[in-house]
Design a binder for this molecule. Sequence first.
Ligand code: FMN
Length: 176
Amino acid sequence: MNMAFTTKTGPVETVLVPDASNQRAYRHALGGFATGVTVVTAMAGDVPIGMTVNSFASISLDPPLVMWSPAKSASKHPLFLQADHFAVHVLAAQQAHLCSAFSRGGSGFDAMPWSLSKNGVPILPQVLVRFDCHRTAAHDAGDHTIIIGEVLQSTDREGEPLCFARGMFGHFTRTA
Ligand SMILES: Cc1cc2nc3c(=O)[nH]c(=O)nc-3n(C[C@H](O)[C@H](O)[C@H](O)COP(=O)(O)O)c2cc1C
């Protein structure tokens, strides 16, 4: 059940207890947490695979651990679980087309320039940041799996990140 309140101090606030009947409103609440956008890639046999992901997060600096979570419903979920190595590409502000290419219905690696990293992972050129990872753990988590990787190498270039919130893309504007 959703309850909407109009307050004197601000816009309407929706209060809900997440359940099957209000998934859309709950997703809207989750979308209030702005994130960057990444494309996670790996090799499935001799086929490159990639997925647009915003569940990426840093976990630990020492050792350097990061995580992301693929949905169990994603067709590539079993392939990512089998991959020993993966790469997380953090997209720059002008790279929304990469986000679309690796989302549902996107063209993926078709007509996409890529090369193999020294760990045998398909990598995309010209991204803002890249983390080359070795998978160290996978944890069951509801309808997703949490994949944890140790960062073996990072690459980092100057530029603005692509941002995502409420289903929209945006970028930072410097205020000072
Ligand atoms: C901005 C954005 C972030 C996403 N983040 C995730 C994510 O963290 N985990 C996930 O499983 N799917 C995420 N998705 C959806 C997947 O990219 C998409 O469902 C997947 O590529 C579809 O794969 P399939 O068609 O092979 O099943 C995200 C999509 C977008 C546009």
